[in-house]
Ligand binder design. Structure first.
Ligand code: GCW
Length: 836
């Protein structure tokens, strides 16, 4: 018998116990390398890491190198501030490197933030050089070096040069000063609470570290629906603290401002952008802020949109509004970002020529060339609003003389709010690679927004992230891939999706092949799967448009002024946006693109209903009718989402238990909610079109027993609105303190899975239990955080009890115990033979 446990095993066991995986470290876990062959790759790595100047960002780079190498290689390097008489890792700007590495061939220049990794030598000693034209570039190079090691790549003969695709790579955070986050799905703000900046900004600094590691160089920290108070002099010291927290990571803070600030904060009698008093006010305000925060990135402005005031108050243009602020920022090197998301949300829905999709182009294309050089127009990728499928915004191709930013969303506002897995990089890549033929030739979106196509001085990429206080930043472990992907894509628009996701998986979960294959595959399929069970053929807008944008709400988009119309009726579906007979939207594209969309024959199926109104019987390129496509895609998508828990199961024991369980819970939830989506959409279109599903599925659920068909004690029937949010349009609710619903099992004896569809509101935590006769089968609390206090498609949830032995004639009882306003509502139970 061996008397001792080997000490390295003990260390490992302890490390496993001590470091519960919360997801906080995200892709920067720097997992210790165990494999001796891999460790061997780094055996000759130098023992010291050197910086020659102690700027905050270079110091950050040095300590990050120490941290990463210590964690991955188990080695603690020496920190030096001059070249030692031995080999070293040198983190230096080009100017510094030139002075000490006289014999090394260094690039004459590099664009800001670009870097070089190079293995070289000085006085016979090996030097691993990370160099760049600015400090941030050195930091990005350091992260690149660490990433290589994290991915187990050799680093002994380095000769890499990387340049960012575009100068601006920012996040927008829609954080309110009260600590809430608009369209945030990961808890409260880590910047603000109760009208102030939080006392402890550690978390903000850790967030900046994550951003820096993927090359993001700026962050707008407050909601575009801006509180004017951010510009009050009293608030400035607080902003200074946030800027201080982000600065060591090379992340420049910027702020969203309210256009009426000269009046509200400055007490002028006007905010007319052409009034000299107003210009003076903006100038003084910028001077004041830059005295305190010299590296502020600039201001972001949402004006004349969704109730925000803007230049229209005085009959001025968006360019007038942008320029008055841009000129105030210019002397300080700041930029003014003006949102292109301007539309009328009181449009008359009866007028078939009205079209929200036209708005951005109609508002801005005519102003091309009128914006100052340090102003940018930030344009959402599609003409509507972050839908699961939209064509590329035509405005992106219509501003050759204006700086542009492409706006994407990491926060999954319309794509499942992080409760559903939806990895958006494949969508973003389609957008980036889309050829707008803006100047007749090849002009992919990625080159236009980077400023390359039209030789603009500024340009780039922005993502609305809305990271929050939840341990894992986005509220879901797998959703973090979207943040990682945004940064990597903005840094290098040519990196393939598969490469980016695989980098993320390896760094986040380790390099076990089963783990990487499973997670990469789940992520890469997930956007298509989500699109399949939510929105068909570019129709968009099948969610609850005027509410929380989460579950299905097929008609919510219609008969109101918000303009996300799909115009489905008993005959057909889709918006006619053609030049010939429709809203003329298609005419906003260049001729080759317009010709593709205008023609029914050439229009791709996946955007058909965005561009055309067609009957349900219209036959797609796929050979299916539109209605059959709607049914099939929803059934296929839900079935695919339904398989995800099974796939995830393979990872039990291969990753840490904490994240295994957390992800499994999410995937199980998604499986049930995908069915809510499938049924609501299919039932609604069946009722409307009256065309049955050729495969006989819609409206037929052989394993389903409606709650209203059970025998109940205490429960009462309740109609659900809209009707498609509940199976059969009805649920049962418990108005008493405890209610029971009973059914007699009529199937053959055997093994079954039971799924109970219930409603988990956010105004109570009711309790459910299920029993077979006297024997308990399971119990749970309805305690998910879902965005509604009603019986509806947002709260409809299911709970599965697997592997139950049932006999014909068994009595199954479901007991509900309500809590507060949540009345233990049940929609149905599904009893399915256990899959073999
Ligand atoms: O998508 C919509 C959101 C709003 C948001 C707006 C915008 C911040 O539903 O919550 O407001 O877009 O982008 O300005």
């Amino acid at each position: 018998m061996r008397p001792f446990i080997h000490s390295s095993i003990l260390v490992l066991v302890l490390a496993g116990v001590l470091s519960a995986e919360t997801g906080y470290d995200a892709w920067l876990r720097y997992q210790p390398i165990q494999d001796a062959n891999v460790l061997e790759l780094y055996r000759d790595l130098p023992a010291s890491v050197v910086i020659l100047e102690s700027s905050p960002v270079l110091k950050t780079a040095q300590s990050e190198a120490l941290r990463g190498l210590r964690s991955m290689l188990g080695r603690t390097l020496r920190l030096d501030n001059k070249l030692p008489d031995e080999s070293c890792i040198l983190l230096a700007t080009l100017a510094e490197a030139r002075q000490v590495l006289t014999g090394t061939d260094l690039p004459a220049n590099l664009p800001d933030d670009g870097f070089v990794l190079k293995t070289t030598a000085v006085h016979g000693h090996n030097v691993v050089l990370v160099t760049a034209s600015n400090d941030s570039g050195v930091l990005y190079g350091t992260f690149a070096l660490l990433r290589k090691i994290n991915l187990h790549e050799a680093v002994d003969h380095l000769d890499d040069r990387e340049e960012p695709s575009a100068p601006i790579r920012w996040t927008n955070e829609w954080d309110n000063l009260d600590g809430s986050i608009e369209r945030g799905y990961a808890g409260r703000s880590f910047f603000f609470e109760n009208g102030s900046v939080v006392p402890d900004l550690t978390r903000a600094g850790d967030y900046a570290r994550l951003l820096a590691s993927i090359g993001i160089n700026g962050s707008t920290i407050n909601n575009v629906n801006a509180n004017p108070l951010v510009l009050s002099s009293d608030f400035l010291p607080q902003l200074v603290r946030v800027a201080d927290a982000l600065r060591p990571w090379g992340v420049r803070m910027s702020i969203a401002v309210d256009f009426s600030s000269p009046k509200i904060v400055g007490h002028l009698d006007t905010f007319d952008p052409l009034d000299p008093k107003v210009a003076e006010w903006w100038k003084n305000k910028a001077d004041e802020i830059y005295r305190a925060i010299p590296d502020l990135g600039g201001f972001l402005l949402k004006a004349d949109s969704e109730g925000r005031v803007g230049p229209s108050t005085y009959g001025r243009t968006h360019a007038d509004a942008a320029n008055v602020i841009a000129r105030a920022l210019k002397p300080h090197g700041g930029v003014l970002v003006y949102r292109g998301f301007v539309y009328d949300h009181h449009m008359d829905w009866r007028n078939l020529k009205n079209d929200r999709a036209r708005a951005a182009y109609d508002n801005f294309a005519k102003l091309d060339g009128k914006f100052d050089d340090n102003a940018l127009v930030q344009i959402k990728y599609g003409p509507i609003d972050f839908q699961v499928r939209e064509p590329v915004s035509p405005l992106l191709g219509a501003l050759p003389h204006t700086n542009e930013l492409l706006e994407l969303q990491v926060t999954q506002e319309y794509t499942g709010q992080q409760r559903h897995l939806c990895f958006l990089l494949p969508m973003w890549k389609e957008i980036l690679d889309f050829n707008l033929h803006a100047s007749g030739g090849d002009t992919p979106v990625k080159d236009i927004v980077a400023g390359k196509t039209f030789h603009r001085p500024l340009g780039g990429f922005v993502a609305v992230v809305n990271a929050g206080h939840d341990q894992n930043w986005m509220g879901a472990d797998l959703a973090m891939a979207n943040l990682y992907a945004f940064g990597r894509m903005a840094w290098n628009t040519s990196l393939p999706s598969a490469r980016i996701v695989d980098e993320w998986t390896r760094q986040t979960f380790g390099d076990d092949a089963e783990v990487t294959d499973t997670i990469d595959n789940l992520e890469l399929r997930s956007w298509r799967v989500y699109e399949d069970y939510t929105g068909p053929l570019g129709a968009g807008g099948l969610t609850d448009i005027i509410g929380v944008h989460y579950g299905p709400g097929i008609e919510s988009s219609e008969r109101n002024g918000w303009g996300q119309w799909h115009r489905a009726d008993e005959h057909g579906i889709g918006m006619d946006r053609t030049i010939a007979t429709g809203t003329g939207y298609i005419g906003q594209y260049s001729p080759p693109v317009a010709a593709m969309y205008e023609s029914l024959e050439k229009c791709p199926d996946n955007l058909l209903l965005f561009m055309h109104h067609v009957p349900y019987t219209y036959v797609l390129h796929s050979g299916k009718t539109v209605i059959q496509h709607i049914y099939d895609s929803h059934y296929e998508g839900a079935a695919e989402a339904g398989r995800n828990p099974e796939l995830w199961k393979r990872l039990r024991g291969r990753i840490d238990e904490d994240r295994y369980e957390a992800v499994m819970t999410k995937l199980e939830y998604q499986r049930g909610h995908a069915i809510v989506w499938r049924d609501a959409v299919c039932n609604w279109f069946f009722r409307e079109s009256k065309i049955p599903d050729a495969k006989g599925r819609v409206g037929h659920h052989p394993n389903r027993i409606e709650a209203e068909d059970m025998q109940f004690k205490g429960f009462k029937m309740q109609a659900v609105t809209p009707w498609e949010d509940a199976s059969g349009g009805n649920a049962i609710i418990c108005p008493e303190s405890r209610c029971t619903a009973t059914l007699t099992f009529k199937g053959p004896s055997g093994w079954y899975d039971l799924a109970i569809q219930y409603f988990d509101q956010n105004n109570g935590k009711s309790h459910f239990s299920v029993a077979d006769g006297e024997q308990s089968l399971g119990e749970w609390s309805a305690d998910l955080v879902l965005p509604s206090a009603k019986l509806d498609s947002h709260t409809s949830t299911w709970h599965t009890i697997r592997g139950v032995a049932l006999r014909t004639g068994d009595q199954i009882h479901i007991v509900g115990v309500p809590d507060s306003a949540e009345r233990s509502a049940i929609d149905y139970i599904e009893i399915t033979p256990e899959p073999r």
